[in-house]
Design a binder for this molecule. Sequence first.
Ligand code: WT7
Length: 582
Amino acid sequence: MSNIGSYEKRLSDFDWGQARETLGWKDGELLNIGAMCSDRICAEGHGERTALIWEGFGNKSGKYTFDDLRLYSNGFAQFLKDQGIKPGDRVCIFMDKIPSLYFSFLGILKLGAIAQPLFSAFGDESLEVRLASAGTKAILTTKKHVKKVRKIRERLPELETIVVVEGNPSKLRDDEVFFDVEEAPKVDVFDVYKSTPETPSVLHYTSGTTGQPKGALHVHSSVWGQALTTSWVLDLKPDDVYWCTADPGWVTGTSYGIIGPWSLGVTQCVLDSGFTSRRWYQFIQDNRVTVWYSAPTAIRALMKDGDEVVKEFDLSSLRFLASVGEPLNAEAVIWSGEVFNGLQFHDTFWQTETGAMMITNYPGMEIRPGSMGMPFPGITACVLDLKTHEPLTEPGKVGLIAFRPGWPSMFRQYWKKPDIYRSKFVGASDDAMPDQLRTDTSLWYVSGDRASIDKDGYYWFVGRDDDVINTGGHLVGPFEIESALVEHPAVAEAAAIGKPDEVNMEVVKAFVTLKPGFEPSDDLELEIMNFIRKRLSPLAMPQEIEYMDKLPKTRSGKIVRRYLKALEWGEDVGDLSGLDDD
Ligand code: WT7
């Protein structure tokens, strides 16, 4: 029997109180995700249960119980407190998927500080922009990545503490501290910060069309939404072995790679090594993985490697598969059913801002391959007319996916950007503050995606409503790439768009004009690509650079990415002369 039972019944008698009940939380009690995912599980008598099965590069591995989680998160919390970190301070986690990432995440939350996880493949510029925006006070990193922090440190006056975890303490600078939680004296008791449901917990940076990335701020009560969706959608039960393939630098890796499963006391696996189909299947086989949450790009890459590889492994432990991050094409759903003992990937739709799943396919529900499924019980969703912003009632009509505010895991603000937060709500008054917006159920929160709803209520994704590039399930902002491109000495002007790609859905393509004295060449193209890879990340690196004499612009001189994208995708370009600035 699945945890959700009947979807229809859950819809009819839904109340978020069921989430609080699932977690055994009562009004007025302390609510702290760090404690909930470790101390609470131990207090319920499951301290000896395995919490984390970890495998890294070079055959490194580790196994940790919930009691280890409790002790090591206490260790990080106490250490950071001794370093002068206070509740509300932003503490960045900048490391590969090593065990300390998971321990420190819970430790930061136990201390009442705000965890700011960043993808370890980010280059110094991507890192700097996000640390400067958040006014980050401390960063936890490793030897491998600390060089990038050193490069930008001088420009970040608010960054007081640099901690290097694991490895050996040699060759650190005087202003860096070393801390290996597994070697340090155990901290059996830590006085967990008295956080309430509205205390800030996690700050995730996400990209938009304009401007630099914005920090979506979450709070401790996000766990209600994350735990309930983990239970009802991923169907996790105490004896499951769960694998979420996402990196906690992105929201899937925290909401469903840390908080959801551990708040329910479920064992999870982490694989921190490069992708190959065989390595992944081996991991499932060795650890007897039962529930697997992954992304369309990975599924397409597995599919490309073929059915024969799958047959080399015993994957009979698998019982439920789900996917998120980008459109899951029907072929991938059908293929998974054919090769994984009849199990099809269940698509789920949500965002950094929503904190938890919003539209999903449920255990027991008929999957319509290519559809994202239906809204989670407790979520009021619709599609809004593209122009009037009125809810559409006609099946099949394309509109903007929108949600009524007020679900527990909804982001509470964009860090220090109230105007951008307000702009995400249809019907908001000009002076509405974030706290009013997030509770006003007469408004619609607009996701920035287009979809249609069929006559039976299934949602079908159409595309994004903006210029953000989705490559392999990771959002990349064109503005961030363009800003970095024009820092290259040869580049005068630049535009970045997504170009279709068989596996990654989109990859970055850049159009540039050169400064006088520079000539287009293949060498220069490579040089510019590498420049972006190092400064931003491999994800943001253009796979192709096209030299232009001039870029298409509006009358007032704004570059029109839409035009370049239409050309690239072979769509109708339209009349450029009529382009306005909006
Ligand atoms: C954007 C959010 C939420 C986890 C990871 C991404 C796209 C997400 C789907 C899906 C089609 C999807 C949307 C969305 N997206 N899930 N099932 N089908 N598109 O979080 O980085 O905030 O990205 O990813 O465009 O707005 P994110």
